[in-house]
Design a protein around this ligand. Structure first.
Ligand code: BTN
Length: 240
């Protein structure tokens, strides 16, 4: 992987998308000063100081969209969880790609694709923010329960080393993942899922689906069963 550090950016995702033509496949753009980070569903990603990671991986697997590309956030989510575990933390996955520790969010992933006028795929930008070193005061000032690795394990984290560990894991699995799809990681992903066998409500655009989350399918979708025993397979959505 090629690492590209930029001292300050509004958003690594925005910058990577704008420069996708000149960036090689497997380039990681990162900064420690992100001034206007973006999250999913038009939310923002708060700046938590320069002890944390704000990064985007640029991937160019082919010029045609493929179903498996939408599962790449789940691959990144799994390797993030595995990296947190190496530090002794116990991360849990909230489908599809949030990671929480003790019920509090510690990282976020935003995947965006760049498609040209001929419908060719120019690249996929996989952005992620990881809270590694945040003060207690700052973390409690944001609008949802959040945490940071230093607060969970009581030591300061070497952010460069964390990033290296994470990207090494991602690279090791990436080619097989593109070939084999979500099935490659399904069991490892499910083992860390905090939602399975629990009653959940999932928001998909304007609709809410409620029921017991019984499985994550071979293609990474969430299977829920409602009180009348109807099955719903959800490909996108947010567990509320
Ligand atoms: C979410 O949980 O809603 C996704 C948050 C993604 C934040 C990261 S930080 C680096 C990259 N650049 C952005 O503007 N957003 C992503």
């Amino acid at each position: 992987m090629k690492l590209l550090y930029i001292e300050e950016l509004d958003s690594t995702n925005r910058w990577a998308k704008e420069n996708v033509d000149v960036l090689d496949d497997m380039t990681v753009v990162y900064t420690y000063n992100q001034t206007a980070g973006r999250g999913r569903l038009n939310r923002s990603w708060s700046y938590m100081g320069e002890g944390n990671i704000y990064a985007s991986v640029v991937l160019k697997p082919s010029d045609r969209m493929s179903e498996v590309y939408s599962n790449l956030t789940q691959l990144l989510c799994l390797v993030l969880a595995q990296t947190f575990e190496e530090y002794g933390a116990e991360p849990k996955i909230k489908w599809p790609n949030d990671i929480r520790i003790n019920g509090k969010k510690i990282s976020g992933i935003l995947a965006e694709s760049v498609i040209d006028l001929n419908h060719e795929l120019k690249g996929i930008v996989l952005g992620f923010g990881v809270n590694l070193n945040v003060s207690k005061d700052l973390i409690s000032s944001i609008d949802q329960p959040a945490t940071s690795l230093n607060l969970e394990i009581g030591i300061n984290i070497d952010k460069e080393l964390f990033l290296k560990n994470l990207l090494d894991k991602f690279c090791l699995l990436y080619n097989d993942f593109i070939r084999e799809g979500f099935l490659l990681i399904r069991e490892d992903y499910k083992r860390r899922a905090e939602f399975l066998n629990k009653e959940v409500s999932v928001k998909v655009f304007d609709k809410i689906y409620s029921g017991v989350a019984v499985d994550v399918t071979e293609s990474g979708a969430l299977k829920i069963v409602d009180k009348d025993n109807n099955e719903n397979i959800l490909l996108i959505g947010d567990i509320l």
